[in-house]
Design a protein around this ligand. Sequence first.
Ligand code: ACM
Length: 430
Amino acid sequence: MRVACVQFQPLRTAVTANVDRMIAFWPDGCVLTVFPELATTGYLFLSPDEIRVYAEPADGPSLSRLIQAAAAKNAYAVVGFAEAKNGRIYNSAALVGPHGVIDVYRKVHLFDRELSVFSPGREAWRVHDVGGLRVGMMICFDWLFPEAARALALAGAELIAHPSNLVLPYCQDAMITRCLENRVYAATANRVGEETDGETSLHFTGKSQIVSPKGERLAQAGAEEDAVVVAEIDPSLAYDKRATPSNHIFAQRVPHLYHALTDDIVPLRSEKPYRLNVAAIVVDRLGRILAGERSDLPGVWQLPQGGIDPGESEEEALRRELAEEIGVAAEEIEIVARSNEVRTYSFPAYLRRMRIAQEWSGQAQRYFVVRLKKGAEPAVEASDGEFCAFRWLAAEELLAQAVHFKRAAYAAAFSEFAHLLRPDPLSDDA
Ligand code: ACM
């Protein structure tokens, strides 16, 4: 059977024209054709509002046109598109066939500025049988997380469809390793050309490729031009996980030694104490929670929190931290609830050189639910700069965007205060 990658230059915001060109490039005679990431919209958008008008639901016009083309060709495609779903925008890939959309994968590992444009996908990798080929999807920067390709291969993928908009030079070579270590095919459909938004410009690296389970490049496009690359593949080769006659790489795995890969955290092993700290669940009248984006870690959103100074009460610490971190004065803050529990999280071993981790094993937190008095607003300009942006998020959205080692503590606190995380029926806004 044959598979293909289409490499082209989507035009930013020209959705209809991009879909026209995808259909024109789509080769006949291939069971599966992979198109680039965000092929319908173009790549470079700097905010959710900028891309929102070009994003579509999975049953929107762009995928509907591609389904018609799939029916005409009796073939399947994986297509990168900006997906509008439940008020959020995802960097998604759809597997489409003659009868409709088979699945949508939402990019889990967002790259660089995408972190401030898209919501991260939080569903695990899946595999589908299309035309006798078991296909899984990952998107672009997922390549740097070997867990993604591994999860797909363990789920039975014979071919990884990999829509991309690559800007770093390493991926095409790294995918050879992803294929070797998983004994799978990969079809990386990259784009070419440049995109500019305001002061920002990106150059994309082309070289779309199809790689075999033995790490051979079966086909590769050039770095700059539109191209369709096609390769003949044999799915049974991806079923054979033998690297040598005596090494079946999946049978030889020892998963119980790999728990660090799936545990939320490998904690620092230390006798150090936990630092006493207060955390603020600031809620608005719609029951949403105030999240701050860390200035030092773009894309990581968290609750305001901080340590209790000597001689300070928890409430004093809470009001001081909120004044510092969100720029709202102590008297503008109304404390609605205080947890009876102290919840701890540990610092992960990989952060052992962080200053705070040299003194403490982690944080022991008292959670408070807080409202801001009418007219009070969080403001980066009035704060100490620890956060570079604020958003009001639903609890599950904040959990999706929180750093992994705080998630369990947040989830427990949001669950304790679930009754306060709903729209306030007395509010004008609700
Ligand atoms: C990327 O993930 N688009 C580099």
